[in-house]
Design a protein around this ligand. Structure first.
Ligand SMILES: [Zn+2]
Length: 169
């Protein structure tokens, strides 16, 4: 009975998780993607795209692996979402991304006409908000700071590790 009730607990837990459609929940999923990037020694940035409360695309930064400067998490997620929907427009979708998109990604988001963009940490150096007016589509709604601390800590840890590895060489 013990094992059974544990299995039921796990099932119950899974249902609770699936029923959570909050920004925190989806940013948590984007953070899991960022952690995959971290493990592969990529700058840890992750993204998911949500449509009708379902994740239809997820991706993480793969610039080093693909040796492709355009392989940012957002670009890979946009392409996957467009393939999934069979549409170049993402008006009814929300992008959750752990770091403020750069200008290239903001440009791609502009062309996709994405409905919402939810951002974890700010990027003071390369974020699209340095440009005025911001290059996103005027109809795109933007939110900042969802799990921002966690997103920022992951990136800081990555660069701290890189610096200490360079010292060891
Ligand atoms: Zn980018």
């Amino acid at each position: 009975m013990g094992a059974n009730s544990r299995a039921n607990d796990a099932e119950c837990q899974a249902k609770i998780m699936l029923s959570i459609h909050s920004d925190d929940h989806f940013m948590g999923q984007a953070l899991l993607q960022a952690e995959l990037a971290f493990e592969e020694k990529e700058i840890p940035i992750g993204a998911v795209i949500v449509c009708e409360n379902r994740i239809i695309a997820k991706a993480y930064n793969q610039v080093e692996k693909l040796q492709d400067v355009t392989a940012h998490a957002e670009i890979l997620a946009i392409t996957a979402a467009q393939n999934y929907l069979g549409s170049k427009y993402l008006n009814d979708c929300t992008l959750f991304v752990t770091l403020e998109p750069c200008n290239m990604c903001a440009g791609a988001l502009f062309w996709s006409q994405i409905g919402h963009v939810v951002i974890g940490a700010r990027d003071e150096k390369r974020g699209f908000t340095r440009v005025s007016p911001p290059p996103l589509h005027p109809k795109t709604l933007i939110a900042f700071g969802v799990l921002g601390n966690k997103c920022e800590i992951l990136i800081k840890e990555f660069f701290k590790n890189m610096r200490s590895q360079q010292k060891d060489l």
